[in-house]
Design a protein around this ligand. Structure first.
Ligand code: OGA
Ligand code: MN
Length: 220
């Protein structure tokens, strides 16, 4: 993907960033349908589909010594991204634009971005949880980009976002191709309903910097 494409898309990106920032400010979550270029979505889809299943690992909960695989909480498989493939490299470049765009608008001090592919085989789910680990968590904004071109009602795998205190359902989000959800990581319990068809996504987190002093982020 050429840089000129990105530059010609900048005015539109500004408007979309205004929408994301406005949604995060107003309700704490927002779904975009037209953020990333179709060429990038297609390249990510080809890449994730071409990946050997052996490259995915059962996802766990917690970090470092707290890490554990728990079949009652989540049964998806993940592959952390480094941006070394052209498609994932371009994805990271877009997330960098979004990081700086959101910092200009919301003054959150978003410092970096981590992300992984997630593959939910048929029958997989992720029960209600928060995206922040206890203690010194750096995650501020969660993102999920869906890569399911043929998703239809009945395929399952909807993301359900709950109100923090009352447990009321705020939103049920279908994992449709190219749709991307942003939400405040520590504010919303959420779950992925059982999938009836394999489901793919890129899940990531904009994080603040906790590296002042002696603290370093625990390995994942
Ligand atoms: C997660 C998560 C939501 C989704 O991976 O933490 O909540 O819709 N994913 O995939
Ligand atoms: Mn989550």
């Amino acid at each position: 993907m050429s840089e000129s494409f990105a530059i010609s898309a900048l005015p539109a990106l500004d408007a979309v960033l205004d929408g994301i920032a406005g949604g995060l400010e107003a309700t704490g979550y927002v779904v975009t349908r037209d953020l990333l270029p179709p060429e990038l979505l297609d390249a990510l889809l080809v890449h994730v589909r071409s990946m050997d299943e052996a490259k995915f690992k059962r996802a766990g909960i917690g970090r470092e010594t707290d890490f554990q695989v728990n079949n009652f909480i989540r049964t998806d498989q993940i592959h952390w991204l480094e941006g070394t493939h052209p498609a994932t490299g371009e994805y990271f470049a877009w997330m960098e634009r979004i990081r700086t765009g959101l910092n200009q608008r919301l003054f959150l001090g978003l410092f970096d971005y981590e992300c992984h592919y997630a593959w939910y085989p048929e029958g997989a789910f992720y029960r209600v949880h928060l995206d922040t680990f206890q203690g010194t968590d750096r995650r501020l904004i969660s993102t999920v980009l869906y890569l399911n071109p043929d998703w239809q009602t009945g395929d399952g795998g909807e993301l359900v976002i709950y109100e923090h205190d009352q447990g009321r359902i705020l939103e049920t989000i279908e994992p449709r191709f190219g749709h991307m959800v942003f939400f405040l990581s520590g504010e919303f319990p959420h779950e992925v309903l059982k999938v009836n068809m394999p489901r793919y996504s890129v899940t990531g987190w904009f994080r603040k910097n906790n590296s002042l002093g002696q603290e370093i982020d625990p390995v994942r």
